[in-house]
Design a protein around this ligand. Structure first.
Ligand code: AMP
Ligand code: MN
Ligand code: MN
Ligand code: MN
Length: 284
């Protein structure tokens, strides 16, 4: 049955804030039984060619993906694009613009950490963990602060230093929702709301986001993701059915040392879901 396919359509490599190269990630996905895989680096598609070639060598069906950082109603929201042509010029230019503020922001985060928490050298420290100089992220700062012994885990760093309202948080304006969907659609892909249960939005605001997303042509939401609790799998399954969204499934895997769920190890979608991968049946 299609809904029980071991599809993992959300994961990160060293081209963004993951710790495995696209090839190593492909090998891990295959070993863990993944039957359809998407690489979805933040604001970046430069790992897709390597990922596609590695997946082909392993005879693992693959679709190209990306996770775009969006600012909607003043909050950061992530939109996954699946089945994109990573060479599309509009998409590439949009992603380039979206990435372009990260360097400045990283210096600002380091300055905040020094000013508010007395932590020095955080920019240089985070850079040691960066695989792609265009894509310095809060995850890289988190790994450095764990190395320094400031916190025991990456999630502790977010809780105490990097989340909204904490001493190292720097507000940032990402892409517009309508632009992100436009780039994905220009590149022939479909748009998916990543981990909808993770946003700091009221129920009313979340519904407004999903309605606007649908109006802009968005087709799916992640229901089963490493960022949701089992209760949230059910909650978002019901929302997807009610709002006529397809369901997507993805671990959001970043690192073997520090992950909610390993790639390929999530529970299946419910049989009554419409899996977003019905669109790529020819690959299976
Ligand atoms: P950035 O795009 O630089 O703002 O970084 C966002 C990334 O930080 C997310 O994609 C996650 O990988 C990571 N992240 C955000 N919140 C947390 C958290 N509470 N625990 C662990 N990682 C987190
Ligand atoms: Mn990430
Ligand atoms: Mn995300
Ligand atoms: Mn992600």
């Amino acid at each position: 049955m299609l809904s029980s396919l071991n599809a993992d359509l959300h994961s990160h490599s060293t081209r963004s804030d993951g710790v495995l190269t696209p090839s190593a990630l492909a090998e891990r996905a295959k070993r863990n039984g993944v039957e359809l895989w998407a690489l979805t680096d933040h604001d970046e598609v430069s790992g897709i060619a390597e990922a596609r070639a590695a997946a082909a060598d392993l005879k693992m069906p693959f679709i190209a993906g990306v996770e775009i950082s969006v600012t909607w109603a003043g909050k950061t929201v992530h939109i996954v694009g699946l089945g994109i042509d990573e060479n599309n010029a509009d998409l590439k230019e949009g992603l380039r613009q979206t990435r372009s503020g990260r360097e400045r922001r990283a210096h600002d985060i380091a300055a905040e950490l020094e000013k508010a928490a007395g932590i020095r050298g955080a920019y240089e420290g985070a850079m040691q963990y960066v695989g792609n100089p265009d894509l310095i992220s809060r995850s890289h700062f988190a790994r450095f602060l764990v190395e320094k012994g400031v916190c025991k885990s990456v999630s502790d760093v977010f809780q105490h230093y990097l989340a909204d309202g904490k001493p190292g948080f720097v507000a940032h304006r990402w892409a517009k929702l309508s632009d992100a969907l436009g780039w994905i659609q220009q590149a022939g892909g479909v748009a998916v709301i990543a981990h909808p249960g993770r946003y700091d939005l009221s129920d009313v605001a979340l519904t407004a986001l999903m309605e606007e997303f649908k109006q802009l042509g968005g087709v799916a939401i992640e229901t089963v993701t490493g960022s949701h609790t089992p209760d949230q799998y059910a909650e978002f399954h019901n929302i997807a059915r009610r709002m006529q969204f397809d369901s997507s499934r993805g671990s959001d895997f970043h690192s073997p040392d520090d992950c909610e769920v390993d790639i390929g190890f999530l529970p299946a979608l419910k049989p009554s879901a419409t899996p977003v991968w019905h669109r790529w049946q020819q690959l299976l």
